[in-house]
Design a binder for this molecule. Structure first.
Ligand code: ASP
Length: 363
C-alpha cells in the first residue's frame, strides 16, 4: 500500500499545453522551454503560487489551442488521471489534490467539455485557465487567472472547471464569448458556479458530487460535422459538398438550427429531404440552436416535428462545444445509442425538460 503524504500542504499538478499565457512578449511567439525552466519562469512572475500549494509542472506540448484536437484530449485525460492519481486517495504519497491545465483560450471550452466526458466519476478539481495577454506583458490577466485557478484546484470541487476573469465556470457549459475582454468566458445557459472577488465564492449546492467510482473513458469517434444553417443555404449544393458516400466519413451531423431548432421546409431551401437521406444512411442528426442562449424544442413547430420523425435528436441547451464533444464520446460508447446518451446528463452539460430532468447517465 502507498503510504500517506508526510506534509499536509495541498499539491497541484500544473499541465502546460500552450496558448497566449506562456508566450514571449511582444511578438507572441512560442517559448520552447523545458518544464523546469518554465516552472521557474512561472514562479518568478507569480510567486504566490508557492504559498497556495506545492506545484509540479508537466509540459506535454506547447501549442496554439487551434491545433489541439481529439488525440490531444485523449493524451491529456491519460496524463491527468495517471499523474494526479485520480481514483486514489488524495492524501496518498505522489497524488495531487487538483490539476490546473494552462490552455489557449480559443478552444479551451472544447477541451474542457471533452475532459468532462472522459473523466467519469471525477473526484477532484481539474481547472482550465489561460489569459488574453502573455504572463510577462504589463497589465496581463495571466497572474490573476493562474492564481485563482491554483486556488480553485485546492478546493473540494470535483468538476472540470474553467476559471477565468472573475468567474468559476463548469467547463462543459462554457464558451469563449469575447476575444479581447478579460471576462472572456460565459456559461450561456446557466449561472456561473462561483465568483472570484476578495474571496472565491462557490455556489456549493450546485457543485456535482461523483455518484460512481472514477473511470477513464477516452474512446472518441471524431467523425462529427457541425453545420450552421442560414437563410439561402441551398440543400443541393450542401449535398454535393457532402458527397454521395458521406455516411462512410460522417457518423453524426450537428445542425445548428434557428431559434428552438427550426430548419427551412419550403421550396428550394427545404432541408428536410437532405436530412432524411442522411438519417436513412445511418448518419445521426443532432439539432441544436444557434442562439447564444438557445434551447431546442423540436415539438413546438412543424419543421421540428418533421425532424423528430426523421430520427433527429435534440441538443437541448448544450453549448456547441459540449454537443460536438459529447457526440464524439457517445459514438464510441456502444452500450447506449447516441440518442440515448443525448437524453441523459453525463457531466452537468445539459438541463433536460421537465419530463426527463431526473435522467442521469448512471440510471
Ligand atoms: N490563439 C491563442 C490560443 O488559443 C489565444 C489564447 O491563448 O488566448 O492558443
Amino acid at each position: 500500500m502507498t503510504p500517506p503524504r508526510s506534509s499536509n500542504r495541498k499539491r497541484v499538478l500544473v499541465v502546460h499545453t500552450g496558448g497566449t499565457l506562456g508566450m514571449a512578449q511582444p511578438s507572441r511567439t512560442r517559448l520552447d522551454l523545458a518544464p523546469g525552466e518554465h516552472l521557474d519562469r512561472m514562479l518568478t512572475h507569480v510567486p504566490e503560487l508557492k504559498e497556495i500549494a506545492e506545484i509540479e509542472l508537466v509540459l506535454p506540448w506547447n501549442l496554439d489551442s487551434s491545433d489541439i484536437g481529439p488525440s490531444h484530449w485523449q493524451s491529456l485525460a491519460r496524463i491527468i488521471a495517471n499523474r494526479a492519481g485520480l481514483g486514489q486517495p488524495r492524501g496518498q504519497e505522489g497524488c495531487f489534490d487538483g490539476v490546473v491545465l494552462i490552455h489557449g483560450t480559443d478552444t479551451m471550452a472544447y477541451t474542457a467539455s471533452a475532459l468532462a466526458f472522459m473523466l467519469r466519476g471525477l473526484d477532484r478539481p481539474v481547472v482550465l485557465t489561460g489569459s488574453q495577454r502573455p504572463l510577462e506583458a504589463w497589465r496581463s490577466d495571466a497572474r490573476a487567472n493562474l492564481t485563482a485557478a491554483v486556488e480553485c484546484a485546492t478546493m473540494d470541487i470535483p468538476e472540470v472547471l474553467i476559471v477565468f476573469g472573475d468567474s468559476v465556470l463548469r467547463g462543459c457549459r462554457s464558451t469563449k464569448a469575447d476575444s479581447n475582454d478579460y471576462q472572456a468566458f460565459e456559461m450561456p445557459s446557466d449561472a456561473p458556479l462561483g465568483r472570484i472577488g476578495v474571496d472565491v465564492e462557490v455556489d456549493w449546492p450546485r457543485v456535482r458530487v461523483p455518484t460512481e467510482g472514477f473511470s477513464l473513458q477516452v474512446d472518441l469517434d471524431p467523425s462529427v460535422v457541425a453545420l450552421t444553417i442560414f437563410p439561402g443555404l441551398d440543400p443541393e449544393s450542401m449535398a454535393r459538398v457532402l458527397g454521395p458516400d458521406v455516411h462512410e466519413r460522417m457518423r453524426a451531423l450537428v445542425v445548428r438550427g434557428f431559434g428552438v431548432g427550426n430548419v427551412p421546409m419550403q421550396g428550394r431551401m427545404n432541408l428536410l429531404p437532405l436530412l432524411h437521406s442522411l438519417t436513412s444512411a445511418g448518419v445521426q442528426v443532432i439539432v441544436s440552436s444557434q442562439c447564444h442562449r438557445g434551447r431546442t424544442d423540436l415539438g413546438l413547430y412543424p419543421a421540428g416535428r418533421a425532424l423528430l420523425e426523421a430520427g433527429a435528436v435534440e441538443a437541448h441547451d448544450m453549448t456547441l462545444e459540449a454537443t460536438v464533444t459529447k457526440a464524439m464520446w457517445a459514438l464510441a460508447r456502444r452500450e447506449r445509442t447516441l440518442g440515448e446518451w443525448f437524453a441523459v446528463d453525463v457531466a452537468g452539460e445539459v438541463s433536460l425538460g421537465t419530463g426527463d430532468r431526473r435522467a442521469s447517465a448512471s440510471d
